[in-house]
Design a protein around this ligand. Sequence first.
Ligand SMILES: *[C@@H]1O[C@H](CO)[C@@H](O)[C@H](O)[C@H]1NC(C)=O
Ligand SMILES: *[C@@H]1O[C@H](CO)[C@@H](O)[C@H](O)[C@H]1NC(C)=O
Ligand SMILES: *[C@@H]1O[C@H](CO)[C@@H](O)[C@H](O)[C@H]1NC(C)=O
Length: 181
Amino acid sequence: MRPDISLAAVLVIIVFLMPLEGYVVRGGDALKLGKEKVTHLHFFLHDSVTGKNPTAVQVASPNVTSFPFSFGSVLVIDDVLTEGVERSSRLVGNVQGIYAFTGLDKYSLIMAVDFAFTTGKYNGSSFSVMSRNPISEPRRELAVVGGRGKFQLARGFAHLTTRFLQFPDAIIEYNVTLFHY
Ligand SMILES: *[C@@H]1O[C@H](CO)[C@@H](O)[C@H](O)[C@H]1NC(C)=O
Ligand SMILES: *[C@@H]1O[C@H](CO)[C@@H](O)[C@H](O)[C@H]1NC(C)=O
Ligand SMILES: *[C@@H]1O[C@H](CO)[C@@H](O)[C@H](O)[C@H]1NC(C)=O
């Protein structure tokens, strides 16, 4: 019995290792990275929870009111990105995703969102943010963790400041620095 069991174990290990190795080899062939580029982006995000055409909707909240700072509320967004601070200025894209109020001691979010562009040379490309956003601070920094299209393998950071606030509606200025290929 014993030799059979260890033979089975060896076979299981081989079966698990083989596809992994193949994947690495194929991945190495396919990924021909060019020179790393640095791109700076500047735009305004319009987060509109109230009004006739909201772009953010609350989908969950705690069933008790004892938590401060909206703690536990979750929103889904499809917010507009514009070139200038005015909502009527040129549309450059949209940001889709979710954010949750995660601060027990101040207003703070965790954002899992994808910024996609619909004009110019980055039309069809997007970058992804997965980061903490302490919205009560005047200047914040978010981590950029990936991207699509022209922003493949992007990483970087975004600097934010709130330019207009009528809680919960807000206009946020973004300066983004992306390292990508
Ligand atoms: C909140 O939900 C929990 C779990 O379902 C329940 O035990 C509790 O009674 C609820 N609290 C209120 C205030 O409804
Ligand atoms: C952006 O790309 C889409 C899909 O390829 C295309 O339909 C659209 O016309 C493009 N927009 C601009 C402004 O280039
Ligand atoms: C973005 O960069 C511009 C130009 O350097 C600067 O005037 C503005 O204050 C910056 N905004 C943020 C939120 O970093």
